[in-house]
Design a protein around this ligand. Structure first.
Ligand code: AHR
Length: 517
């Protein structure tokens, strides 16, 4: 282990002593604020691309399958996602979206053309899962659809037709009539529309100046044409720290035609050498957590640019792709991005969702990439088998924050130190639900140290507290089809409430959610 420099040590001790952190305790103060924002439930959104086994085998097995299903969608998956109360689902990509022509995926299945999925493994895409299958599945899940439109290789007309097909009443133009012919009378009324995806990369390798103009053209035809449903037009936003992308979009796109900008940020060690999803070293864990915690700085800096052009915060910030990205599992198709999910992923999820909650005034949607069998999935499947990942458990525990009022917290985190580097070990967010219940989500990412925490809750008038914890013996622990419940939550009884103070100790690499009332 390298020695810490004296300057670095001094800085840590100084920061620790000067603001709410004594060597053995982290002091957190909370301030219930009437003007605090509501945490949009859409921060807990998901993403389903035609990639690997996310749609086919993951969500959709077809009506003829022996796997129990409803309209071809796996019943086990529907139940699991309903328990998460997933607020929205983004589809059909991703990079796939800019190659997707939606008219290929409607009408009798035997008449639908097959295409090659050129981004993801060059496999055959038979279009058996299309607009009807996706939007009906969203109804089954009780979730809002978020359609990502093809800007890279599509046309504004194609997008305008898709809006009329999905949203307009029958009898008003040929598209809704076609929908009715295909078996669906009532429109689905899709609200969220992505105008391209990663326009700086797989969506067309555009410059921000060029994309701004393209966006303006597409956005002009992305309207409800007085159908009285306000649409969200979502611009393809920056990759991680490309602040110039946000600057140019905010400057060049009139804000009356821009409801949100979508940032993408993945936690990856190195795009050329991502490291394994399991069996990783502590060094690799630390680097991944550094990348995940970078979300705080990214949001602050992108928001500062947005604030410069939009003081009223009219334009929202979505983070519609985020999560950990590792090497694919040995023996699987590298184009399918299938990876296991460990306690490390639970740390990414817990810490990142706390960051989103604490920025709820501008961050109003986020989509974990991706829901099933791809990247940081909440569900893995193997034929008829299904398991819930550690990330799933975090998402479920945090669902208490959906549409709750943020309670701002302030504290100085102790540091998790490895070699000569340090990152904050503790992350927290808090909210008050409509029924008056208060929730705290606390994460300790330190691989070794337990954190002693004291929260001053005098302002909140709490009488009792209960909790749930996700922890495990090893950071690399994960669920397998042979042992699907190795990592699971248990009730947490160690939080003490006394004299307006809440005290607890959080074990290394664990997530705790407390409920007070
Ligand atoms: O989520 C996988 C891919 O990552 C998406 O298709 C793309 O948008 C991003 O680069």
């Amino acid at each position: 282990m390298k020695l810490l420099s004296t300057r670095f040590l001094f800085l840590i001790i100084f920061l620790g002593l000067s603001a709410g952190y004594s060597q053995d305790k982290t002091l957190i103060s909370v301030k219930a604020d009437q003007n605090a924002p509501t945490i949009s439930r859409h921060i807990y959104g998901h993403f389903a691309e035609h990639l690997g086994r996310c749609i086919y085998g993951g969500f959709y097995v077809g009506e003829g399958s022996e796997i129990p299903n409803t309209m071809g969608v796996r019943n086990d998956v529907v139940d699991a996602l309903k328990a998460l109360k997933i607020p929205n689902l983004r589809w059909p990509g991703g990079c796939f979206a800019d190659t997707y022509h939606w008219k290929d995926g409607i009408g009798p299945k035997e008449d639908r053309p097959s295409i090659l999925n050129v981004w993801w493994g060059n496999v055959k895409e038979d279009n058996s899962f299309g607009t009807h299958e996706f939007l009906n599945m969203c109804e089954l899940l009780g979730t809002e659809p978020y359609l990502s439109a093809n800007v890279g290789s599509g046309t504004p007309q194609e997008l305008a037709d898709w809006i009329k097909y999905t949203n307009h009443p029958a009898g008003t133009s040929p598209m809704p009539d076609l929908r009715e012919e295909n078996g669906r009378k009532e429109p689905w009324r899709v609200k969220f529309w992505g105008i391209g995806n990663e326009a700086w990369g797989c969506g067309g390798h555009m410059t921000p100046e060029y994309y701004s103009n393209v966006y303006r053209r597409y956005a002009t035809f992305t309207t409800d044409w007085n159908n009285n449903d306000k649409l969200y037009r979502i611009a393809s936003g920056a990759s991680s720290s490309d602040y110039n992308w946000t600057e140019v979009l905010m400057k060049n796109i009139p804000h009356h035609m821009l409801e949100a900008i979508a940032l993408h940020h993945y936690s990856v060690i190195d795009w050329g050498n991502k490291g394994p999803a399991t069996g990783f070293s502590e060094d690799q864990y630390f680097t991944i957590m550094e990348r995940a915690l970078m979300m705080e700085e990214l949001i602050q800096k992108h928001v500062a640019i947005m604030d410069k052009y939009d003081k009223q915060k009219r334009v929202e910030l979505f983070v519609d792709e985020w999560g950990g990205w590792y090497d694919t599992e040995p023996g699987t198709n590298p184009g399918f991005l299938y990876q296991q999910n460990t306690m490390r992923d639970a740390m990414i999820a817990g810490a990142t969702l706390n960051i989103f909650n604490n920025h709820a005034d501008r961050v109003t949607m986020a989509n974990l990439a991706q829901a099933i069998n791809v990247l940081q999935a909440v569900i893995l499947t193997d034929e008829e088998k299904m398991l819930l990942t550690p990330t799933y458990h975090v998402m479920r525990m945090y669902s208490v924050h959906h549409d709750a009022k943020l309670i701002p917290v302030s504290f100085v985190s102790p540091q998790y130190i490895l070699n000569d580097k340090a990152i904050p070990a503790v992350s927290v967010s808090a909210s008050k639900a409509a029924d008056g219940k208060v929730h705290f989500s606390l994460v300790n990412i330190d691989a070794h140290k337990t954190q002693n925490i004291e929260v001053n809750v005098a302002d909140l008038n709490l009488k009792k507290v209960s909790g749930e914890i996700l922890s495990s013996e090893n950071l690399g622990d994960h669920n397998t089809f042979e042992s699907p419940e190795k990592v699971k939550t248990t009730s947490f009884k160690d939080a003490k409430l006394k004299d307006g103070k809440l005290s607890l100790s959080i074990p290394p690499f664990s997530v705790v959610v407390l409920e007070g009332m």
